[in-house]
Design a protein around this ligand. Structure first.
Ligand code: ZN
Ligand code: ZN
Ligand code: ZN
Length: 91
């Protein structure tokens, strides 16, 4: 278990695309699981998905923390610290 120095940056976000991965919806692609950016509300697909948009969003925008957007899952991940966060951080 690692520690994360970004928990103060977590915002109250509303998902921008509650029905799925924002980029996959635009390109009509499939995803496996969904991740929610806790900085801006971007919804992206996980690293088991073909397009890995959640990780791509971190590299593009620098938003470090996501949480699972899957029903019943309560955990987060900080890309910058490679820290698993359970339960998912809240603002
Ligand atoms: Zn962190
Ligand atoms: Zn995607
Ligand atoms: Zn974001």
């Amino acid at each position: 278990m690692s520690t994360c120095s970004h928990l103060g940056d977590v915002k109250v976000v509303s998902p921008r695309t509650p029905t799925g991965c924002e980029e996959c919806l635009l390109s009509d692609s499939a995803w496996v699981h969904l991740r929610l950016c806790l900085t801006c509300g971007h919804v992206g697909c996980c690293d088991s998905s073909p397009n890995r948009h959640a990780t791509a969003h971190y590299h593009a925008e620098g938003h470090p923390i996501i949480r699972s957007f899957e029903p019943g899952e309560d955990w987060g991940w900080c890309y910058a610290d490679e820290a698993f966060l359970k339960p998912a951080p809240t603002a």
